[in-house]
Design a protein around this ligand. Structure first.
Ligand SMILES: [Zn+2]
Ligand SMILES: [Zn+2]
Length: 493
């Protein structure tokens, strides 16, 4: 079979088949490149950021773009690769000038540090040093995920009252001896993998956005494919966070962090590409070696004719062990070969959504996920739920109740009631029903109510976060790579 895009005179053998069309390697790479670049030029704002502007010495002519790179995510790596090639092209065409520079931000945890360091070193050597020899185009930053807890000076101790779903919170100053850690949150507070995955993703998002704000970036480039975006959209709906979809997809407005207006916009340059196309691109350009989960990546579904992957049954998880995100991921992976139009319909429909009209007096932000709150979730859920217990009438019921009280479940409930009482009665508790201070969005209220132990969670107050930029390069081991960078980026050799 021949490529359908090559000129008729010299048709190469087709290696990829997607959207009912056959491509050779070269034509497919071009196809993916074009899709991404089209998004990067989608309006005047982004065109001005990415293109080379003359004269070069004009202030602000070189944009600063933040590219969060996760070394376990094919999307962000492919996006990086395409951006890298674009920068290389600009250098050649514009006499060593580029329209923008890239801040690469990688968030790591203790456990993944050594392998991330190793892969990053390869990536730096193979893809970044060449460009940085001429000019400081790539800057690499690392942030320990625990900075989310280390950089904040206040915590909220949140608890849900299971009788009326009211949220109580108690403020706590943090001192160095009792810092929270991610491991502690995941093991002590979370009751299932879904809540673990949700909290990790909230933390990473907040770190990335705060970094962009402080670092003065003009845009954040997110590596979500069309498939990935559809997964997030459906997951948000399932988790009761549908009101966030419009804000999540918004690439027209400047972002806001709490009450702070940001000077950056969010962009999804890969939104026209399916994840099977991204996986195929990864294989063709031999990029999987940079990922920390190479083996897992190599068996992900792709649309290559020659190297079709077939995930072995043994590696498939049972549905009941999967997180909500994993279930939606699996759904979209299963349908994207034959029903890719469903995926684009999800995204196109979501793209048309506007932000909901708020019906609460005081604009509030969710203390957990930082999203805007449009309706008081406690009132709403209270209206549709019966929580008052049925009174004990017979001796048998009395006996069963005693038995339950003695059980592990009963004891844990007693512990919860004591905790609730303590937080409720605390004089520093800033709960004030009259000022309508809504603390959590509906989705996070449900998360806390059903997936967190004792419906109680300690969470950093994000507006007390100190500088992240200064802390980003603190790691000694990773500094070695960065130093290597600086030598080459000074241009003094
Ligand atoms: Zn071709
Ligand atoms: Zn929330």
């Amino acid at each position: 079979m021949e490529c359908q895009r090559c000129p008729a005179s010299s048709r190469e053998l087709a290696t990829v088949e997607s959207r009912k069309e056959r491509f050779c390697n070269e034509c497919f790479v071009k196809f993916v490149n074009t899709k991404q670049r089209k998004q990067m030029m989608k309006d005047d704002f982004f065109r001005n950021l990415f293109k080379v502007i003359y004269p070069h010495d004009k202030e602000g002519s070189v944009a600063k773009i933040l590219l969060p790179l996760s070394l376990s995510d094919s999307g962000s790596l492919v996006m990086f690769d395409i951006v890298h090639d674009l920068l290389l092209e600009q250098m050649k065409q514009h006499n060593n000038h580029t329209g923008f520079t890239i801040d690469i931000l990688t968030i790591f945890s203790e456990e993944s540090l050594s392998v991330i360091k190793e892969r990053m070193e390869c990536l730096v050597n193979e893809k970044m040093l060449q460009l940085n020899k001429v000019k400081n185009i790539f800057n690499v930053h690392f942030i320990d995920i625990n900075e989310f807890f280390n950089s904040t000076s206040e915590l909220s101790n949140l608890i849900i009252d299971d009788e009326n779903f009211e949220i109580f919170s108690k403020l706590k100053l943090v001192n160095d001896s009792d810092r929270l850690t991610l491991r502690e949150i995941l093991s002590k507070y979370c009751l299932n993998n879904s809540s673990r995955a949700d909290l990790i993703s909230i933390i990473k998002n907040q770190l990335i956005k705060h970094f962009a704000y402080e670092n003065g970036n003009d845009a954040i480039m997110w590596g979500h494919s069309m498939t990935k975006l559809s997964e997030v959209i459906i997951s948000l709906v399932v988790k009761g966070k549908g009101s966030q979809i419009a804000t999540f997809l918004d690439s027209d407005s400047f972002d806001t962090l709490g009450n702070k207006a940001c000077k950056y916009k969010n962009i999804y340059p890969m939104k026209d590409l399916l994840s099977i196309e991204i996986e195929s691109f990864l294989q063709i350009k031999d990029l999987a070696k940079f990922l920390i989960n190479v083996e897992e990546t190599n068996i992900k579904p792709n649309c290559m004719i020659t190297k079709k992957s077939t995930p072995s049954l043994g590696q498939q998880k049972l549905v009941k062990n999967m997180t909500i995100n994993e279930i939606t991921t699996k759904y979209f992976q299963d349908i994207q070969n034959d029903y890719s139009n469903i995926i684009s319909t999800v995204l196109r429909t979501a793209d048309k959504l506007a932000q909901p009209v708020s019906n609460i007096a005081k604009p509030s932000q969710c203390q957990l996920c930082q999203s805007r709150i449009y309706t008081n979730p406690s009132n709403w859920i209270n209206r549709i739920t019966v929580t008052s217990p049925y009174p004990i009438e017979t001796c048998e019921e009395e006996f069963l109740f005693k038995q339950w009280q003695e059980s592990r479940l009963g004891k844990s409930h007693t512990h919860y009631v004591e905790l609730l009482d303590k937080i409720k009665k605390d004089p520093t508790n800033n709960h004030d029903a009259s000022d309508n201070d809504v603390k959590l969005c509906y989705g996070c209220l449900i998360l806390l109510n059903t997936s967190i132990k004792d419906k109680n969670l300690m969470w950093p107050k994000i507006d007390t976060m100190e500088s992240l930029v200064n802390k980003s390069n603190d790691n000694k081991e990773l500094n070695q790579i960065l130093n290597q960078f600086e030598i080459h980026s000074d241009g003094e050799e």
